[in-house]
Ligand binder design. Structure first.
Ligand SMILES: [Zn+2]
Length: 463
């Protein structure tokens, strides 16, 4: 059997203007391998269809540009040159004709111009730019090249430098769109709702978990802090966001835009949960008039668990009574904090400090004492943000930022550690968050309104 594939170009009146043979496939007796197209054939066909289609489109466009729109006289040609345009289905060399401006209007520009060069200012098609940005925000540039090159007929035309430049271009464009930073977004949150609309009572809360992660920049640059978070709306949909602390000049605006895109309304409470770090806590302020800020239980228990481990080191080293007293106090401390009883908790911490202090104490005891002191400072600093966790838990309210752990895992990957530069990591985070939130396509459609709304598939990276 022979299968021929042709491209037939018709004009708007339906008359055939050109027929081009693209492929001729031969098939023998049916085997599973030869049923339908194989990848190599599909790639070749796509490439040739693209070439033929684009050539016709370009020819028609140039033809339309030949006539002066004012006097309809044909503009004269003044040379031509080739431009290279990268598309999903091949890097194409296009013939760009240079035309002379008509001199019928003294007010018109003079000299020559290249209509096609002016039309295709970016030399990468939006669809290709989208896929390049999407995959290289999730995977290394090398793997992204391999992946796109294997399935699309652009294999040799992709390289890591181009991917890197294009990802950077997309990220910068996104960053430039972010509105200005404000000290407070309270007024704006209020104005989101039209005045005539009454505020319905008892709106369910947004829950927002924030966490910090440290990434090593390599060499002398040291560590930098990445703040990531997940915002869960009342309806239950979650969105990721993240930024590099000290690089991001608009953290509040960024957070505000995430909440706004999830439909935050003026009367809607926002519950923030964090590990109490000041950088993160400052961010929470001024976003919503009804926001609550809580220290998350997850971080408290982590510290208590570590102290419990250190305490075990006292067994056999210190007197049994001291070791047992420390154990009982730590257990009691946990329950006081669980019930939001900060005062008794702080008294217990003081008691433990007295119990453990002394001259020439063992290294184990010294270690526990230091941990208790640090914990005491942590609880005292955050005492305003410690709720009755037990009560919240019984009322099915969020008490832990464990749900943001996936944000840390998905946004801050080893990949980022390898990037090593703060600014670059920051930009990468912005594109990656949009990909994970299924928003990148939307952004591209805003930039390129002719782009189709393909249903984006949610991408989940293995932790
Ligand atoms: Zn003219």
């Amino acid at each position: 059997m022979k299968v021929k594939i042709q491209v037939v170009i018709e004009n708007d009146e339906g008359q055939v203007e050109d027929v081009q043979q693209v492929a001729c496939l031969r098939r023998g007796p049916l085997t599973p391998e030869e049923l339908g197209l194989n990848l190599a054939e599909a790639r070749q066909i796509l490439h040739d269809v693209q070439q033929s289609m684009v050539t016709s489109q370009v020819a028609e466009y140039i033809q339309g540009q030949r006539q002066c729109p004012r006097c309809s006289v044909r503009r004269s040609q003044k040379g031509r040159h080739e431009i290279v345009f990268r598309t999903l289905f091949g890097k194409l060399r296009l013939d760009s004709m240079r035309l002379r401006h008509c001199d019928c209007d003294p007010g018109q520009p003079t000299g020559t111009f290249s209509p096609l060069t002016e039309l295709l200012k970016e030399r990468t098609s939006p669809e290709l730019l989208y896929l390049e940005a999407k995959w290289s925000s999730l995977l290394s540039f090398g793997v992204s090249c391999d992946l796109l090159g294997e399935v699309l007929p652009i294999g040799d035309e992709l390289n890591t430098t181009t991917l890197r430049n294009n990802l950077h271009y997309v990220a910068e464009r996104m960053e430039n769109e972010l509105g200005e930073e404000r000290e407070s977004f309270l007024a704006e949150t209020v104005s989101l709702r039209p005045e005539e609309q009454p505020i319905p009572p008892g709106k369910p809360a947004f829950t927002l978990g924030l966490d910090g992660a440290y990434v090593h920049a390599g060499g002398r640059a040291g560590w930098f802090e990445v703040i990531v978070g997940k915002s869960v709306s009342a309806a239950g949909d979650g969105k990721y966001f993240g930024f590099v602390h000290n690089i991001d000049e608009k953290p509040k605006r960024r957070l505000y835009e995430v909440l706004r895109s999830q439909g935050l309304e003026a009367d809607q409470p926002v519950q923030f949960l964090s590990d109490g770090e000041e950088t993160v806590r400052n961010l929470q302020m001024y976003i919503s008039p009804q926001s609550e800020h809580w220290l998350d239980w997850f971080h408290i228990t982590m510290r208590l668990t570590v102290m419990g481990q250190i305490r075990k080191g006292l067994n056999g080293v210190e007197s049994a009574s001291l070791a047992e007293q420390a154990e009982r106090d730590l257990e009691s401390l946990k329950w006081h904090l669980w019930n939001g009883n900060v005062e008794p908790a702080l008294r217990l911490i003081d008691g433990l400090k007295h119990l453990l202090a002394g001259d020439e104490i063992s290294a184990e005891r010294q270690k526990l004492l230091k941990a208790i002191r640090d914990f005491g400072t942590y609880i005292a600093t955050n005492q305003a943000f410690i709720p009755d966790y037990g009560d919240r838990h019984r009322n099915h309210e969020t008490i832990s930022t464990a749900f943001t752990e996936s944000a840390v895992n998905q946004l801050v990957s080893r990949r980022m550690v390898k990037q090593q530069q703060m600014h670059w990591s920051h930009l990468l985070l912005q594109v990656r968050a949009q990909v994970l939130n299924n928003e990148l396509r939307q952004t591209f459609r805003r930039w390129y309104p002719g782009m189709k709304a393909e249903t984006e598939t949610a991408v989940k990276l293995a932790a």
